[in-house]
Design a protein around this ligand. Structure first.
Ligand code: HEM
Length: 142
């Protein structure tokens, strides 16, 4: 099947994800130090691409963990770090919502022939549980 090919195509689509977040929520740009201090256009910023990739990969991993263990099992120390970083930068519910929307739209555009309500729901569940796990750790780091 073409699944391997589709995976390669998807990683290219991460760029669209990145751009979309800032189209929907321009204020999010101020949060990223490397965007504030940079003249490089948003969509060409390699660090932002890395973040978009983290969101995508960790959502995939979350799906696998939910299936296997019935819960998100990001390593405790990683989760604590993730929580405190997002707390520190002032990430709020709306940002997670916008990011979810952008992630979904990007997948939909990347693999339109595979897109369905079931697929949307599956990604949504995986993403929501991951975010819930991060949010639980969103407090000042001690
Ligand atoms: C940093 C993942 C959602 C803004 C990070 C890092 C990871 C990550 C792995 C690097 C942490 C480190 O330094 O060790 C995720 C995941 C998300 C998510 C998995 C959702 C499931 C968001 C959202 C926003 C956001 C919604 C706001 C629009 C940031 C910022 C940083 C960061 C500002 C710090 C970047 C810097 O170093 O300047 N995130 N993130 N993240 N994330 Fe997220």
């Amino acid at each position: 099947s073409g699944s391997l090919e589709e995976k390669v195509n998807f990683s290219e689509e991460q760029e669209a994800l990145v751009i979309k977040i800032f189209e929907i929520a321009p204020s999010a740009k101020k949060m990223f130090s490397f965007l504030r201090d940079s003249n490089v256009p948003v969509e060409q910023n390699p660090k932002l691409k890395t973040h978009a990739m983290s969101v995508f990969v960790m959502t995939c991993e979350s799906a696998a963990q939910l299936r296997k263990f019935g819960k998100v099992t990001v390593r405790e120390s990683n989760l604590k770090k993730l929580g405190s970083v997002h707390f520190k930068y002032g990430v709020v519910d709306e940002h997670f919502e916008v990011t979810k929307y952008a992630l979904m739209e990007t997948i939909k555009e990347a693999v339109p022939e595979m897109w369905s309500l079931e697929m949307k729901n599956a990604w949504g569940v995986a993403y929501d549980h991951l975010v819930a796990a991060i949010k639980k750790e969103m407090k000042p780091s001690s």
